[in-house]
Design a protein around this ligand. Sequence first.
Ligand code: SAH
Length: 450
Amino acid sequence: MNVYDASRMADVLAPLGYVSADEMTGADLVILNTCHIREKAAEKVYSELGRLKLEKDARKSSESPMRIAVGGCVAQAEGQEILRRAPYVDLVFGPQTYHRLALMLNEFESHGKPVVDTEFPADDKFDQLPDAGKVEGASAFLTVQEGCDKFCTFCVVPYTRGSEFSRPVDPVMREARLLVGKGAREISLLGQNVNAYHGINEQADGTQTEWTLGRLIRELAEIDGVERIRYTTSYPAEVDEDLIEAHRDVPELMPYLHLPVQSGADKVLKAMNRRHTSGDYKDIVARLRIAQPDLALSSDFIVGFPGESDADFEETMALVRDVEFVQAYSFKYSPRPGTPAADMTDQVPEHIKSLRLQKLQAELSRQQIAFNQSCIGRSLPVLFDRRGSRSGQLVGRSPYMQSVHVDLPDSYLGEMMTVKIDEAKPSSLTGVVVEKIDRVSQMLRQEAVT
Ligand code: SAH
């Protein structure tokens, strides 16, 4: 979502004459769009600010001074504290106020004093934003939901992003059409809790209904040019029948789901306030796999949550072996100020967290490698959305979200091609192009019918 937010910030600043720079040297304005989810991410902000200060000082008396802004969730959580620790910062704004960026810049330029705007304004940020700008490489993000009301005891999101909010259907559909018009073929729907989506749909006669994420996906798939749909991040207890049926019925919905479980031990899940047991999680996965047998799963894990015993951790290992993931993110529990778990007394020592993380990651990467190897010899549709690190190489995503590297000239950027996979690396695939896919939706639809 920070990638989406950053591109929207660029859209807000474009009318003022700002264009994105590739590097900070010479930039008039540097925005750090920050993440507060774990301590490490938050601390990075201050070390990065230290580097920016040097550049700013060097240009102090030059024709083009540099402005420094800190946006995102660290800014939201720390506000004035950022100015205390880094008084050379000019703007501080949260994830719910970046649509006012131009106003903040004006205010700063007229008074020369730092501006802090970390409110949760009542007006809808999305109504105030200009239309989305360019789409890079045929894959676009679209935020449909923000915030979270779940209050997991480890998590800062409800405090930094605010409570759950679903964008109404109309502007979402409009933005999707706009993105397709600008070259998007794949749309990734975003939300901190994306499957808690309940967007208002206002009909022509003025009556209002609520759409679930499943319904939204069905309707988006009908837009001519939307060939792939993804969504992230989902909360297990919010997976409903509509969403499961969308996985069964909508060929454009990719057979990949990131569904964070956090732990396999019910005792820990309860202390996390997760509202699902490990059995519930496995049931949801089983229902999804009946609807879409080809579904590849990803997840998030936290090890060393307060009170987690060796036996609890082994239950997480058992769940991983049972469910099988094609990839996953795993983290040591990081106490976040202001969250209930930070004050729990039975914190797990760092070295135990490290041992558990190693063990978990070894199993997760074994599963990931096994999945990647199972792709060798298969022909998979790949949408090429970026250049590779080598020249003459493009990278795209398989339906199951792996990066696929192929030798192809730049002119194929944005193309969808069938690629025969010939090699599996631990976290990516390589292959050769078999054929170009023009109208994948039609092809998939025909397959679904026959
Ligand atoms: N909405 C998702 C959470 C997204 S936050 C859900 O309901 O599960 C992204 C991930 O960061 C989380 O899934 C969690 O694994 C990790 N995370 C969040 N807070 C954390 C903390 N305090 N310490 C370690 N990892 C954390």
